[in-house]
Design a protein around this ligand. Structure first.
Ligand SMILES: [Fe+2]
Length: 318
């Protein structure tokens, strides 16, 4: 409808970097957004840990000591918040995310079993999905990884010998957090089945915005130095259901290698935020902006024009 407006700031992959949260808050205020969408990997700090227990505990501490006060501050401005976990966030802390949702601080877009749908404005809805295709990372949390299609493990060599199947899942049994080993070769769940359910859940994908942590395969949004590495099932979901928009992260370096943060896939606008902030109006998505985030309040908005970012961003260090 003409004149309608509802602005979103989308970002992801903070990895517990506090400056990233603080800059998101500044950018959101500058841009007068109605809602923040945090697309996963918010609480998983990179670094060395003495033990698995320490790893999951560090995430729990971050949620309690930083994330919750931060969300309270955002919420006090009247801004809505939508959030979810990404593949580096320990599932055993989902109870804390659910409590944040239940307390009305922020709306959980998905957990490990299901996705949730919310109306933003004018019949446009939002939902989310946190699982990713198998990664090349070894001995990490792999509890958010699934094959694109059932049985795809048989073809895993076709994904490249760099795919690693062994990793860990986090558990919190009677308050004692620990990590158990898992092997994706024994796992037959598929992203594609989940995404089919997601399309049914939201009923009208063409009027729905989906925050999906992994980026779509064979696009400008899933590029690493050796080539494309995103999810085939995510790309197929976009092509089959033509969502209004999809919001991705996970492959941090892709926009810096391709110079492209937003790409039209059929009728859908898809974004990989590259750890920056994507600001758009849900009634006018094509006029999105990328807000550069150099940390410590050094942020600036750059309008997207026909020429795009290609040359500007190709030289940016990862
Ligand atoms: Fe991720």
């Amino acid at each position: 409808m003409p004149g309608q407006s509802y602005k979103i700031l989308f970002t992801a992959d903070f990895h517990a970097r506090r400056e990233h949260f603080e800059d998101a808050l500044i950018a959101g205020r500058n841009e007068k957004v109605n809602a923040f969408v945090f697309g996963g990997d918010m609480v998983s700090a990179k670094g060395k840990y003495f033990s698995h227990y320490e790893f999951v505990k560090s995430q729990k501490n971050f949620i309690n000591n930083f994330l919750i006060p931060f969300l309270k501050e955002v919420k006090s401005n009247g801004t809505e918040i939508y959030f979810m976990m990404g593949n580096d966030d320990c599932k055993c802390n989902l109870d804390l995310f659910r409590k944040i949702n239940d307390d009305g601080l922020a709306r959980l877009l998905c957990d490990d079993k299901q996705s949730f749908v919310y109306e933003l404005a004018g019949g446009i809805k939002i939902s989310g999905y946190g699982y990713v295709a198998p990664t090349p990372f070894d001995r990490i949390i792999k509890e958010w990884e699934k094959w694109d299609y059932d049985g795809a493990w048989e073809k895993f060599l076709a994904f490249g010998p760099w795919i690693k199947t062994k990793g860990w899942k986090s558990t919190d049994e009677r308050g004692e957090m620990k990590i158990e080993e898992i092997d994706l070769m024994n796992q037959h769940e598929a992203l594609s089945k989940d995404l089919e359910r997601l399309a049914l859940l939201t009923e009208k994908p063409e009027k729905t915005i989906y925050a999906i942590h992994d980026s779509p395969r064979e696009t400008n949004l899933d590029v690493v130095s050796r080539g494309h590495t995103g999810s085939i099932a995510v790309r197929d979901f976009i092509q089959k259901y033509s969502p209004l928009a999809t919001l991705h992260g996970h492959i941090h370096e892709s926009p810096w290698l391709t110079g492209i943060f937003g790409e039209e896939i059929g009728k859908t606008w898809s974004f990989n935020c590259g750890k920056q902030f994507i600001v758009f109006d849900i009634f006018d998505i094509k006029n999105y902006a990328v807000v550069e985030n150099e940390f410590k309040g050094r942020i600036r908005t750059v309008a997207v024009g026909e020429d795009g970012y290609k040359n500007k961003y190709l030289a940016k260090p990862l």
